[in-house]
Design a protein around this ligand. Structure first.
Ligand SMILES: [Zn+2]
Length: 62
């Protein structure tokens, strides 16, 4: 209980910080799933905005 912010690397089992993006021992990415979710949501928002803007322009050009 003296180091609650440390967790074990899923690849090599080494102790790493809870907030580190990659394992300092083997370089295995940590918490990348969350980053992928954020990136995916951002991409979806961008596509939705582009489609909405395209439809808006198409309606104006009629
Ligand atoms: Zn590791």
């Amino acid at each position: 209980m003296d180091k609650p912010t440390l967790k074990e690397c899923s690849a090599c089992g080494g102790k790493i910080s809870q907030h580190s993006l990659a394992c300092p021992h083997c370089g295995h990415p940590q918490g990348s799933r969350v980053m992928l979710w954020v990136l995916g949501l951002f991409a979806l928002l961008l596509i939705a905005f582009f489609v909405a803007f395209y439809c808006y322009c198409a309606c104006l050009c009629k």
